[in-house]
Ligand binder design. Structure first.
Ligand code: CUK
Ligand code: CUA
Length: 644
C-alpha cells in the first residue's frame, strides 16, 4: 500500500507542461502549498480536493439517488456483495444497495459461532492445517460464458499461500488448496470463458529454489510462479516461472489469455528501493493454449517437494509475453466488452490500456509488446484499481488523491492516438472525493459481460473522522456510489473491520441457495461413512459407540431437545459428538456446546456436524444448544457424565 509520506512517491512537476491540469491540481492540494502538509495524512481527505465533487451538496441529484437506493423494510437487496475480510481471513456477504451485512463465511480463520476450524467437517476442509489464520484479498465467483454461474466463490490467502473455494448453495468453504513452491498468493481471478476451469493465482514473493537454506544469497536465482488451480478438484494443474514479483491478475473473455501485473521487474531486488527503481514494470501475459500444450508434451520440470508441472515462462519463453507498462502496476482489469485491459500504475499518475485482440499477433511475433498498448491514460495520483459500467466508462481509484475518477474509454484511446492538445484530459468526466484512500473498487456485475452500471463500491483504507471513535484502531470505510446517471453520487458510508480489499457484486438472480441441508450433502460424507462403519443411522439413532478409548456419541436433535440428555464416558476418553438436526423448518439451527471444553458448533436444519475433544475433567459436564432455536432453547441441554 502507498504511504503518502513516502519520499519515493512519484514526483509530479507542477511546472511541467506535459503534466495535465488535474494532476497538478491534486498534487498541489496534496502538498497543500507547503511541505508541512505532506505529512498530514489526515488532511488529505479533510481538506476536500473538491474536483467535481458532489458529495456534500444536497442537490436534487443526490436526493433522487438516495431515494432510489433505499431498500424498504422487509424488502430484499438487488445484489449480493461478496466482501473479502482481509486479514480477518473470512468472507462477508453484504446486501447492496442497503449495505447490510447478511452473513460471514469463515474461510481461513476460526469461527466460534459455527465451529469452523473446530468441527471435524471443517478440519477436513482446512486439510487439518495448523494455520488458523489468513489474509484474504480477492473474492471472485465462478463463471460460464463470461457471467456468474452461481456455483462457487474463490478467495486467496496471502498469509499462508492458499486458495479456498466457497460453495454458493450453502455459503460454506468446502475446499482449500495449498499452493506449493511459492509464498504469498495474492492476485486471484477465474477463467471466464467458456467456464471456470481454472482459477489463476499470483504468488507475490520471489524465492530461491530449492528453498532448503542452501542458496539464500544467490538473489539472481530467486523467482516466483504463476499457478493455475483446477476449480473442481482444487489442486494445482500447472505453474509457470516468471520474472519479477507478481501482483494482481486478470483473465480475458475468450479463455485464451490470463495476465498479471509485475513490479520489481529486474526480479532480483529484495528491498523497497530496488523494487521501485525501474521507470517501467510489466504486464506478463500467459498463453493458456501453449501452456496446456507444453504440459501435454511433457515440457516441464518438477520442483522439490511437489508433483506439479512447472514450466519456464521467463522473458524469452514462448509461453509468455512481457509488456512494459506504467511503474509498479497494481490492479489489472478487463473491460466487460472483452476488448481491453488496464494496468493501474500505482507509482505513476497513469494507467496503461492494452488491446486484448492484439495478443494473438504479439505471440505470433508479428508485433512488438508495446504495440498492444492503445493508451496511457493520465488520471491522478495513485491509481490502484479500475471498474466499469458497461456503458464505456471506467472508474479508477486514486489512492493518494482520495478520489474516484470517472473516465471514458474510447475518448482516452482517441486522445492518446491523436494527442490533441485541446482534448487534454477531456476523457475525464468527474472526480469524486471518497473517504479516504481507496484501494479496490467494484461495480455491479462489472467484471462480467452483464455489467449493468448501477452501483460502485469503493473500499477505502482509512475512515479517520467519519465514525464514532473506537480507539487507535479505526474501521475502514466502504462507500456506496450511484453510477447510474451522468454524475457519480455518494450514497452511503459503511464502516468495515479489517480489511476488505476487494468485493464482487452479483445480481441476486445469479445465486440460488438451499433452504435446508440435503441429507446426502458431501460436506459431511466422511462423518456419514464413519456412522455407517459404526452401524449407526444418523437420522434415527441415539447411540454411544466405544472403540478403545475413543467414544463416538451419535444423537439427533429436534427443537427443543437433543436425542440424549445424558451420556457416559471415562476420564481421558477421546470423545466425538455427532449431531444430526432433524428439524425441517428453515431458520431452526441448533448448536452444540460442551461447557469448559472449547467445543461449539452449528447444526442447521438437516445438517450433520461433529466435533472431537478429550474428556479431561471428571464428573458432570453440561452441554447445551448455543443457537437460539425455540422458546425452550435454554432448556435444550444435557449432561456428559465423566467417570473416573
Ligand atoms: S490488493 Cu489490496 S488494495 Cu491485495 Cu487487490 Cu489492491
Ligand atoms: Cu436448539 Cu437452541
Amino acid at each position: 500500500m502507498i504511504d503518502p509520506n513516502d519520499k519515493n512517491l512519484p514526483k509530479v512537476d507542477v511546472e511541467d507542461e506535459n503534466v495535465s491540469e488535474h494532476v497538478k491540481m491534486s498534487r498541489r492540494l496534496f502538498l497543500g502549498g507547503s511541505t508541512a502538509m505532506v505529512g498530514a495524512v489526515g488532511a488529505i481527505g479533510a481538506v476536500g480536493l473538491g474536483v467535481g465533487s458532489a458529495v456534500l451538496s444536497s442537490s436534487p441529484a443526490v436526493a433522487a439517488a438516495n431515494a432510489a437506493h433505499t431498500v424498504a423494510l422487509g424488502e430484499l437487496d438487488e445484489y449480493y456483495g461478496f466482501w473479502s475480510g482481509g486479514h480477518s481471513g473470512e468472507v462477508r456477504i453484504m446486501g447492496v444497495p442497503s449495505m447490510r451485512e447478511i452473513m460471514r463465511i469463515p474461510v481461513f480463520n476460526i469461527d466460534s459461532a459455527t465451529g469452523y476450524g473446530l468441527t471435524n467437517e471443517s478440519k477436513e476442509v482446512l486439510n487439518h492445517t495448523t494455520h488458523l489464520a489468513g489474509d484474504s484479498h480477492h473474492p471472485h465467483l465462478s463463471m460460464t460464458d463470461g457471467s456468474y454461474d452461481g456455483k462457487y466463490a474463490f478467495i486467496n490467502d496471502k498469509s499462508n499461500s492458499r486458495v479456498a473455494r466457497i460453495r454458493c448453495d450453502i455459503m460454506k468453504t468446502d475446499k482449500i488448496c495449498e499452493v506449493p513452491n511459492v509464498q504469498a498468493i495474492h492476485g486471484l481471478r477465474v477463467q471466464r470463458v467458456p467456464y471456470t476451469k481454472y482459477i489463476y493465482a499470483n504468488a507475490e514473493f520471489v524465492l530461491p529454489h530449492p528453498n532448503d537454506g542452501s542458496n539464500m544469497d544467490d538473489t539472481e536465482a530467486y523467482y516466483t510462479l504463476y499457478s493455475a488451480i483446477d476449480a473442481e478438484t482444487m489442486t494445482v494443474a500447472w505453474q509457470v516461472i516468471v520474472d519479477g514479483n507478481l501482483d494482481n491478475t486478470e483473465t480475458d473473455y475468450t479463455g485464451k489469455y490470463a495476465f498479471s501485473t509485475c513490479y520489481n521487474s529486474p526480479g532480483e531486488s529484495l528491498d523497497l528501493e530496488g523494487s521501485m527503481r525501474n521507470e517501467r514494470d510489466h504486464l506478463v501475459i500467459f498463453n493458456i493454449e501453449r501452456i496446456e500444450a507444453a504440459v501435454k508434451a511433457g515440457e516441464f520440470q518438477k520442483l522439490a517437494g511437489s508433483d506439479v508441472p512447472v514450466l519456464n515462462g521467463r522473458k524469452g519463453s514462448k509461453l509468455t509475453a512481457y509488456v512494459p507498462v506504467a511503474k509498479s502496476p497494481h490492479g489489472i482489469n478487463a473491460t466487460p466488452d472483452g476488448k481491453y485491459c488496464v494496468a493501474n500504475g500505482k507509482l505513476s499518475p497513469t494507467i496503461t490500456m492494452l488491446e486484448i485482440a492484439k495478443f494473438d499477433d504479439l505471440f505470433d511475433g508479428k508485433i512488438e509488446p508495446r504495440d498492444t498498448v492503445v493508451a496511457e491514460v493520465e488520471l491522478g495520483l495513485g491509481p490502484l484499481h479500475t471498474a466499469f459500467d458497461g456503458r464505456g466508462n471506467a472508474y479508477t481509484t486514486l489512492f493518494i488523491d482520495s478520489q474516484i475518477v470517472k473516465w471514458n474509454i474510447d475518448e482516452a484511446i482517441t486522445f492518446y492516438k491523436e494527442n490533441t492538445e485541446g482534448g487534454k484530459g477531456a476523457y475525464i468526466k468527474q472526480k469524486l472525493d471518497v473517504h479516504y484512500q481507496p484501494g479496490h473498487n467494484h461495480t455491479t456485475m462489472g467484471e462480467t459481460r452483464d455489467a449493468d452500471g448501477k452501483y460502485l463500491i469503493t473500499l477505502n483504507k482509512f475512515s479517520k473522522d467519519r465514525f464514532l471513535p473506537v480507539g487507535p484502531l479505526h474501521p475502514e470505510n466502504d462507500q456506496l456510489i450511484d453510477i447510474s446517471g451522468d454524475e457519480m453520487v455518494l450514497l452511503h458510508d459503511g464502516p468495515a473491520f479489517a480489511e476488505p480489499h476487494d468485493v464482487s457484486l452479483v445480481h441476486r438472480s445469479k445465486i440460488k441457495t438451499l433452504k435446508v441441508w440435503k441429507r446426502d450433502d458431501p460436506y459431511f460424507a466422511t462423518t456419514r461413512a464413519m456412522a455407517k462403519k459404526d452401524g449407526v443411522t444418523l437420522e434415527t439413532d441415539n447411540k454411544v459407540i466405544r472403540d478403545g478409548n475413543k467414544v463416538r456419541v451419535y444423537m439427533i436433535s429436534v427443537a427443543p431437545a437433543f436425542g440424549m440428555d445424558t451420556f457416559k464416558v471415562k476420564l481421558g476418553d477421546e470423545v466425538t459428538v455427532i449431531i444430526t438436526n432433524l428439524d425441517m423448518v428453515e431458520d431452526v439451527s441448533h448448536g452444540f456446546c460442551m461447557v469448559n471444553h472449547g467445543v461449539q458448533m452449528e447444526v442447521s436444519p438437516q445438517q450433520t456436524a461433529s466435533i472431537t475433544f478429550i474428556a479431561d475433567k471428571p464428573g458432570v459436564q453440561w452441554y447445551y444448544c448455543n443457537w437460539f432455536c425455540h422458546a425452550l432453547h435454554m432448556e435444550m441441554r444435557g449432561r456428559m457424565l465423566v467417570e473416573v
